[in-house]
Design a protein. Structure first.
Length: 68
């Protein structure tokens, strides 16, 4: 005997909504990460140049001045 129910089967709609929510959160996270990278690229580039200058020029100059 087949039982008839008036309750809708919404499990597929719940899984589709969960998938859409996960995708939207993933896109938002990627957007925030990309915005953060764009905001700090000039500062990071400047810090990298300063560190390279320190290692290439200043430290050898100091070592030569003190006699190493």
């Amino acid at each position: 005997m087949v039982q008839i129910s008036n309750k809708p089967n919404i499990s597929s709609m719940k899984s589709a909504a969960d998938d859409a929510e996960y995708s939207s959160k993933l896109l938002a996270r990627e957007g925030k990460l990309f915005a953060g990278l764009l905001a700090t690229r000039v500062k990071g580039f400047a810090i990298g140049i300063c560190i390279a200058l320190l290692f290439i020029v200043i430290i050898p100059f100091i070592a030569k001045a003190i006699g190493f």
